[in-house]
Structures are given as C-alpha cells and as structure tokens.
Design a binder for this molecule. Structure first.
Ligand SMILES: Nc1nc2c(ncn2[C@@H]2O[C@H](COP(=O)(O)OP(=O)(O)OP(=O)(O)O)[C@@H](O)[C@H]2O)c(=O)[nH]1
Ligand SMILES: [K+]
Ligand SMILES: [Mg+2]
Length: 476
C-alpha cells in the first residue's frame, strides 16, 4: 500500500510545474506583485536577477533581466520564500515591479520563457496551499470570501479559522469515539477494555450532536450575510415604492412618475446598510383592478419576489390613510393596515420580517400616532425620516444576520449545512439505543466522520490509526 502511495506522490510531484501570476490587481497601479511558486522558483530567481542563495523573506532591490536577451526589464524588490514556510508550502518568490502594463507583461513573458514555468490557473496558488496542508477546505472558502467581502460585517464574518477550529474539534472528538468503539469491538472477548469506555463515547456523541444541532439552527444567519438579505419593497400603486428605492440607493435607479403602474419589471440593487449586505427589490404596485397585461405580469413577478423575500418593506400613502381614518371613525391606523394588507393579498405577512413605511408624510398636517417601532414616517420628497428608516432596517438586518463574532461563528456555506445535516443524521442513528449492536454503532459513527471529513476536506484512516495506537498501546 505504501509503495503505491509513494508512486502516486512522485507522479504528483513530476506533474507539478512552477506557476507564476500577477497577484495584485489588473491594470495601471503603483506597484505590481508577481508571484512564483514551485520547484523551479530558485532557478527563476537566479535567471531573472542573478541572485543565488538569497536571504529568505527579505526584500532585495535588483535589476530584473530577461533570461536570454539579458535586457533590463525593470528594477524592483525581490523576495524569496523557501518551502515549506510559504503560503503554498512550495518554494516561492515575489517580484515587486513598477505597475505599468508593459513592465508587468515583460516580466511575465520572461518567466514564461523558463522551462517548466507556466501561468497559474485561477485559484491555483490557493489550491496548492490546500494540497500541501497549509489550509483546510473551510479556510480555502474563507480566503475566497475574504477576497470578495464587500462590507465590514461580511469581513468580520470571514472568521474561517474559527469555523475551521470548531469543525476540526468535532472531527477530532469523533475520531476518538470511533477508535474507542472499534477497539471495544476488537478486544471485547479478551476483556482488556474498560466497560466504561462505551458510556463515555455515548456521552460525548450526545454533546456533539446537541452542539451541531444548535449550530444548524442559526436561522441561516451566516448564509444571509454572505449572499445578502433579500428585501422587497411592496405596496399599492403610486405610494412611492420606486422613490423609496432611489432614496436608499442614492441614485435614480427606478423610474418615478405620477402615473399608477409605472414599475413593471423587478428592479434589483445591492446596498450596504449599517455594514449588512442587502439585495433590495422594487416591484410593481399590487392591485387587482387592471386589464393591462404587462402590469398583470409585473404583479405576478412582485408576488414571486415576496415569496422568497427575507425582509419586506411595506409602503403606504399617509394621505390615503388620513382620509380613510377621517371617513371611518373610530377606526385606528392598525385597522387600516389590516385592510391594506388584505387588499394587497399579503396574507402571510405576519410570518415575515417587515418594516412598514408611511410615506408622503409631507402631505399630512399632523403625523399619525403609530406606537410601533416597526412603523416609520417618511417623506421621499423632503427626505424627512430617512435616518429613522435606515436605523429600523438596520435593526431588522441585525436580527436576521446576527452579529458574527469569533466566539459564535455562524455557517456561511450551503455546503457546510449539507454535510453537517448528514453528519447529524448519522450521529442520531448511532445513538439509537433500541439496538445495542456496537458494530452498527461504529458503522454510523464512521459515516458521520466521513461527512465531517468532507466538510474540512480531509481523510481519516491515518488519524484513526493514530488514536488506536496512542490510546490503546496495541502490541505493547
Ligand atoms: N409629496 C410626495 N410625493 C411623493 C413622495 N414619494 C413619492 N411621491 C410621488 O408619488 C408619485 C409616485 O411615486 P413612485 O415612486 O413612482 O411610486 P410607486 O409606488 O413606485 O408607483 P408604481 O411603480 O406605479 O406602483 C410620484 O409622482 C412621486 O414623485 C413623497 O414622499 N411625498
Ligand atoms: K408611479
Ligand atoms: Mg414604481
């Protein structure tokens, strides 16, 4: 078996060429960083800069020349990171050159002229770091998220090391449990094993199962933070939905006119409110009395967005509320709201997170008494009430996404949820006390372990052997 492993490993080494790429942003910039990784890195350094035996991790100013024409391409800083103490785990180096397009492409071409050197594929540096056990899968995902994180809280949530630590702790404890159950099975007859071992395993599995269950019940907080909270603006025609959208995104994204039924298509903008990512959708005004087929289609689309929304911003026209109240004494604003929601056909609104906006407050004399923190007065015209609206939305977002912290990392990947749910199912089966079959229990635990392994991208056989040898001193 080891012989085969060695062969595979050598094959892998032979296949690995040295890769290079521009790792700072594309286009004109002050300094560009070109990264090289792989076995021929040292050779590349020597051919381009004449350096032999450079001091590791130290910036050295050198002329960078083409290896065959010896033409000076640029003068820049060069850094050498011998493996395994580099990002990828391989020998690596960096060229910090002037950021012009011509300079960058001439250095890339020079590297390309060396044997075994080729341009890196997207993500290849990270993939090599993963292969060399510099990062586990959750950390790789974390790095990708970090590069994409647009808002402050998203950045905070990219606490992949915390997630990775948590998953690896579960995995470590499960590896131990599997090893203990297997040893129990193997040594049952010889009575060299303590009976209490099995009870301890059951206890540990119960604790882990509860922890994973709690982690899974986080209300999709991490995922929301990663993909953005789907927020839909809804209301009757002409109440000012598109005006509200434009006000929040600070540009005339949607068409606003005094004509009812202006908006038909779904319009989406991405926003950052209080550090939380938001995908805001403007929709067609909801009404049943229209014969316009385009508007009808718009209303169907609005209802569809409502169905998959995480947050609803319900907009009303204050002037209409005012006159309705005048004509229907002694009704209250909450009576109006009930009728309004019913008329729009939003029966299950109660099950959604919702912010209610009484718009066009500039048109009424006295503000209506609302007595509800989820309702805000607003005038899109005078912009009165905007900060109150933003705060109210911000509170909702905090409720939906939570405040991620390193102590309570939340799941940010659908993939994590799948593997963890599968793992949980297996743990439940392993604890099914109706059968006292330890062989079956071990089988369920091994399956659970496999799912945690998929999660962090690791195999388990060797670690299992480690525990078996360490904990039981087999062959002593
Ligand atoms: N006085 C006043 N007028 C407003 C306010 N907000 C919007 N309006 C006006 O109300 C009219 C309708 O605004 P829109 O933003 O197009 O309303 P809508 O809800 O998107 O309309 P539809 O897309 O047709 O359903 C426009 O003439 C706006 O200028 C406000 O706060 N005060
Ligand atoms: K309109
Ligand atoms: Mg509109």
């Amino acid at each position: 078996m080891f012989k085969n492993l060695n062969k595979t490993f050598k094959f892998f080494l032979r296949k690995q060429s040295t890769i290079y790429a521009l790792s700072s942003g594309q286009g004109k910039c002050g300094v560009a960083v070109i990264r090289v990784s792989g076995a021929s890195t040292e050779l590349a350094l020597k051919c381009l800069t004449g350096l032999t035996n450079p001091k590791p991790r130290t910036a050295i100013l050198r002329s960078i020349k083409h290896p065959s024409s010896h033409e000076v391409l640029d003068k820049g800083l060069v850094l050498w990171f011998p493996g395994p103490h580099s990002f990828t785990g391989e020998d690596s180096c960096e060229f910090h050159v002037h950021g012009g397009i011509a300079v960058v492409s001439s250095v890339l071409n020079a590297l390309g002229s060396l044997p075994d050197c080729r341009l890196a594929e997207p993500g290849e540096f990270t993939r090599r770091a993963f292969h060399n056990a510099k990062l586990d899968l959750t950390e790789v995902e974390g790095l990708a998220d970090l590069l994409q994180a647009e808002t402050e809280i998203q950045r905070k949530q990219v606490i992949w090391s915390a997630l990775s630590k948590l998953y690896n702790r579960w995995r470590g404890s499960l590896i131990k449990s599997v090893a203990h159950v297997e040893a129990h099975i193997d040594f049952e007859e010889t009575e060299t094993i303590d009976e209490g071992v099995l009870d301890l395993v059951v206890q540990e599995i119960q604790i882990m199962r509860d922890e994973i269950r709690k982690h899974l019940n986080d209300g999709r907080k991490g995922e929301l933070l990663r993909t953005g909270v789907k927020t839909v603006i809804l209301g009757a025609p002409n109440v000012g939905k598109s005006s509200l959208m434009n006000l929040l995104c600070k540009r005339p994204a949607a068409i606003v006119t005094p004509i009812e039924g202006t908006t038909r298509d779904i319009l989406e903008v991405t926003l950052n409110i209080g550090g939380y990512p938001l995908v805001l959708t403007d929709t067609a005004g909801l009404r049943s009395e229209t014969n316009d087929i385009i508007e009808k289609e718009g209303i169907i689309r609005a209802k569809n967005s409502y169905d998959c929304a995480d947050l609803v911003i319900l907009v009303l026209d204050s002037l209409k509320v005012y006159s309705w109240l005048h004509n229907h004494p002694p009704s209250s604003t909450s009576d109006y709201l009930k009728c309004y929601i019913e008329k729009l056909g939003l029966y299950d609104l109660i099950n959604k997170e919702c912010v209610i906006v009484f718009n066009k407050s500039d048109l009424v004399q006295d503000l209506l008494d609302l007595q509800n923190s989820e309702i805000v007065h607003l005038s899109c015209k005078s912009e009165d009430g905007v900060s109150n609206l933003v705060n109210t939305i911000g509170n909702k977002l905090r409720k939906l996404c939570g405040e991620p912290s390193a102590e309570h990392p939340s799941m940010n990947q659908v993939r994590h949820r799948q593997h963890l749910s599968n793992c949980l199912k297996c743990l439940d089966s392993s604890l099914d006390r109706s059968s006292s079959d330890t062989v079956l229990m071990a089988e369920h635990l091994r399956k659970a372990l496999r799912h945690l392994g998929y999660l962090v991208g690791a195999t388990t056989t060797e670690q299992l052997l480690d525990v078996i040898f360490k904990d039981f001193c087999i062959g002593k």
